[in-house]
Write a protein that binds this ligand. Sequence first.
Ligand SMILES: [Zn+2]
Length: 265
Amino acid sequence: MRELRFNSADELAHAYILLSPSAEEREQTAQSLAAAALCGAKDGVPCGRCRDCRKVREGIHPDLIRVARLSDDKGKKKREITIDQIRAVVADSVVLPNEAERKVYLIEDADTMNVPAQNAALKLLEEPPRGVIFLLCAANAETLLETVRSRCAEIVCGAREEESDPESEKLASAFLKCCAAGDEAALFRLCAANESMDNAEATAFVSAAIMQLRDMLCKRRNSLSMSDRSVYDLESLMEKCLAMLRLNVSVKHVFGLLAVSAIRK
Ligand SMILES: [Zn+2]
């Protein structure tokens, strides 16, 4: 995948869930985000050249803290990340960073956090100490509590799925433009003009919008000045629409929902 780039680390969300079945893909995305958070460059992070970027790459940055499952006496990885490990993170997170201006906690296999551990992490994700960023790597978001998921921006790592047809892509772009601009009248017109689509066409449109929103979260696509939070909320709404279409809810109803909910008041 292309390197993630941000104008400054201030653009980063305070917590991400990085999803991929491949540990290597999760790790690559996590490293890019960690470097973006810790990089000392003033314009465009990660710069890839400074001391912080180099140390992240070499795995020796003191402000990138890894949390992984512990091993037993025989060196075999335990099944779960425990509450004690998360408590240690809670205690450590209030300590100022060593070298960078921020601190990053990378939780490997975050989907193996047991429920008490996830609950302990909740408060931290809700109100993280200033300058602290959490990266939760997971193969599967299903085992994470909804309360945890709702506090993190989700990034699906790795290769982009197949392009959908150009018509759906175009409509999805127009739709996202209305949402980003907060143009309710234009959104209403777009929804009204397309409510007679059949289920397959509507599914293609919604899927294209989801992919574009995920690309925005991964910085593969311009987010039209929407915050990560807004992009994430909109992506959740589109996922809900996709589920509705799969259940054969009428297309008119789905566009009706989008017309009233895609722009947050
Ligand atoms: Zn740098």
